[in-house]
Design a protein around this ligand. Structure first.
Ligand code: ZN
Length: 202
């Protein structure tokens, strides 16, 4: 095969792989269905169609500064901080977008702000674990005990495009792990120990 043809093929594969990571028209329509100050519908495991989305492995984000993604993050923040929701974290699949984006309330920072992370990865979890009750916006009305590493080293991309590696611990580390699990279609109920019970809230 001629070198020029091989180069053209490589370029074509690169273009196709980049395009596959772009937001689809369905995703754009969902994000743009409301203004920046409007909450989005939160998917529930108790709904079969929603459950299929929640169980998918999400795609990476390669353009954090994309205007649609900015709107998505604004609307995810409105959703998770809504008085009727009152969450401490949210992942994009929970609002129907299978992209690797999470918002985490940073209880380890002054004023406990919500921050946005693109393509977050856990690099090294500690062997020391803590068991604590968790709930989930997508599993309304339930709580259950989950054992997780207490300290994690994570890598992520900030909305401005900077790649950061940091160590997080305690409750904030738990939120990161819970939200990153969502990006791989994992729910906290998958991690309950065999002898522990999922409890319904009154
Ligand atoms: Zn959740």
């Amino acid at each position: 095969m001629k070198p020029g043809l091989i180069l053209s093929l490589i370029a074509l594969i690169f273009i196709i792989s980049c395009q596959s990571k772009r937001l689809t028209s369905i995703e754009k329509r969902l994000i743009n269905a409301g203004p920046a100050d409007s909450a989005m519908y939160v998917l529930s495991v108790f709904n079969t169609e929603d459950s299929l989305v929640l169980r998918k492995i999400s795609d990476p984000v390669n353009q954090p500064d994309n205007k649609h993604l900015k709107l998505l993050v604004q609307r995810m923040l409105i959703t998770v901080t809504h008085p009727e929701v009152g969450g401490v974290g949210i992942a994009a699949p929970q609002v129907g977008i299978n992209r690797r984006i999470i918002l985490v309330q940073r209880f380890d920072k002054q004023d406990e702000p919500f921050e946005t992370y693109f393509n977050p990865v856990i690099l090294s979890p500690s062997t020391e674990t803590v068991t604590r009750d968790e709930g989930c916006l997508s599993i309304p009305g339930c709580r259950g005990p989950v054992e997780r590493p207490d300290v994690i080293e994570i890598k992520y991309t900030q909305p401005e495009g900077n790649e950061v590696i940091e160590t997080v611990q305690g409750f904030t580390a738990r939120i990161f792990q819970h939200e990153i699990d969502h990006l791989d279609g994992v729910l906290y109920t998958d991690l309950l120990k065999a002898d522990s019970l999922l409890r319904k809230l009154e």
